[in-house]
Design a protein around this ligand. Structure first.
Ligand SMILES: C[S@@+](CC[C@H](N)C(=O)[O-])C[C@H]1O[C@@H](n2cnc3c(N)ncnc32)[C@H](O)[C@@H]1O
Ligand code: SF4
Length: 461
């Protein structure tokens, strides 16, 4: 597949509207409470017939301090004693979940996200992994993808050593920006030394892959200041990088109200930062995977994209397409068979369900045939920037041109503008369209077509 992304200011300005990030299709706004614990259990029983491998996601919601920009599901607290009662519920949930799945099904992927997973002590993290292994069969280190999100302020070389010992082989590090002025404005003061200690420890301990998160669009950032951070990160040569666009939605995320609008870079400056960033990363040999993600040419994600086996779910891009995903902990979303199911979003409600012996799944959706077809189309476009219509027709028994007549009509303007190339066989997203991949996918989203406009989603810029 041809690689590369190009930056066309005019096209980005014209096409960039807010839209879903398609970590699921349908997106979570379509979930409802008709999908409950009973529906979830029936789904799990059905999924056992497939014998598919499993993926486990654990949500650890606590953070010691709040970063003002943060849009994640987290609970800011200095009270470390909150961790154990949470873990006790997680253990009960693990037991209830494990009872639903055939014990022969192997876990090939495991991820701890947050919040801040290393809010837990080293002993607590060790215990959590021990309990997990008691209930589920984890694949060996060579096959399994075991990843954790790390805030370098909440970890040191000793933590990294423990994490490797208990089985993790990948990590992502939240850096965001090295500039002290930016860090102060967003309440995330993190020295370069803290980041480098964790990074070097990960290399020493034999972590297979380290990914670094940066955010552009934060207060006081300029092209020069952001490139300084980027250059420092490029020097240490991580396998992957995520460059997120700061989504400023203060009505929705309360801590963002503490960010002064006047300190944010203007849209033009954000565009300039994005352009300079893409140029710098491309020059340094990184490949644009899509949707904020870059990887080295020898990284598994890059290779999977070239081989047409890349996949995307709640944990972002992945090489494990064929797993049923079990979400554990408050707010977690699972994806079993043809359904999505989400756990309670408040800690009290989550505890109440678990203490009453109920699974905390409170809403979700069972995908119908149309959802499945559209999810397949959107996933292929997002992962591979191209789609073979004949293969969709053969898989789903449809005539692509008539089934997607509306979507193809929407793509006509984008074709004229050089974002996509469409013929009777293929849709290919061209280099100038790749930053706008979500806008292209929106043409195939039946739920957006039924609404007047997507509200509350983020944008490229
Ligand atoms: C759960 S956090 C990572 C783990 C850890 N809590 C930390 O901050 O290092 C996931 C990532 O989401 C990104 N993020 C959070 N809020 C964001 C926002 N409003 N816009 C863009 N990216 C955001 C940050 O890059 C952050 O590293
Ligand atoms: S960015 Fe990470 S550390 Fe900061 S508030 Fe969000 S989840 Fe917590």
């Amino acid at each position: 597949m041809e690689q590369g992304v190009s930056f066309d200011l005019d096209l980005i300005r014209r096409y960039d509207q807010s839209g879903p990030r398609y970590t699921s299709y349908p997106t979570a706004v379509e979930f409802d409470e008709a999908f409950d614990e009973t529906a979830y259990k029936a789904t799990c029983a059905r999924s056992n017939e497939s014998g598919r491998p499993l993926s486990l996601y654990f949500h650890i919601p606590f953070c010691d301090t709040v970063c003002f920009y943060c849009a994640c599901n987290k609970i800011a607290t200095k009270d470390r004693s909150l961790a154990q009662p949470y873990l006790d519920r997680v253990y009960k949930e693990l037991e209830m979940q494990a009872a639903l799945f055939d014990s022969s099904r192997q876990v090939e992927q495991l991820h701890w996200g947050g919040g801040t997973p290393t809010f837990l002590s080293n002993a607590q993290m060790t215990e959590l992994m021990d309990v997990t292994r008691r209930h589920f069969k984890l694949a060996g280190d060579d096959v399994g993808e075991y990843s954790i999100e790390i805030d370098p302020r909440e970890a040191d070389a000793e933590t990294v050593k423990v994490l490797r010992q208990i089985g993790f082989n990948r990590m992502s590090l939240g850096v965001q920006d090295f500039d002290p002025r930016v860090q102060e404005a967003v309440n995330r003061v993190q020295t370069e030394a803290q980041t480098m200690e964790v990074l070097n420890a990960a290399l020493d301990e034999g972590f297979r892959s380290v990914s670094i998160d940066l955010i552009y669009g934060l207060p006081f950032q300029s092209v020069d200041s952001f490139l300084k951070t980027l250059d420092r990160v490029i020097e240490v040569n991580p396998q992957r990088m995520s460059i997120f666009n700061y989504a400023h939605l203060p009505e929705r995320f309360k801590p963002q109200r503490r960010i002064n609008d006047a300190d944010l870079p203007a849209p033009q400056v954000k565009l300039d930062i994005l352009q300079a960033t893409i140029q710098r990363l491309t020059d340094a040999g990184y490949v644009y995977i899509g949707m904020d993600h870059f990887a080295r040419p020898d990284d598994e994600l890059t290779l999977a994209q070239q081989a047409g086996t890349l996949y995307r779910n709640f944990q972002g891009y992945s090489t494990h397409a064929d797993c049923d995903l079990i979400g554990i902990g408050v707010t977690s979303i699972g994806m079993i068979d043809n359904t999505y199911g989400q756990n309670r979003r408040g800690l009290d409600e989550y505890y109440a369900d678990i203490d009453a012996g109920r699974l905390p799944v409170f809403r979700g959706i069972a995908l119908n045939q149309d959802d499945l077809i559209r999810r397949d189309v959107i996933t292929r476009l997002i992962c591979h920037f191209q789609l073979d219509m004949r293969s969709i027709e053969a898989k789903w028994g449809i005539d692509f041109a008539s089934y997607f007549a509306d979507g193809l009509e929407t793509l006509k303007g984008m074709t004229e503008d050089g974002l996509v190339a469409v013929d009777s066989e293929q849709i290919r997203i061209l280099a100038p369209g790749r930053l706008l991949v979500r806008n292209i996918c929106m043409a195939f989203d039946a739920y957006l077509a039924a609404k007047t406009g997507p509200i509350g989603f983020s944008k490229v810029i």
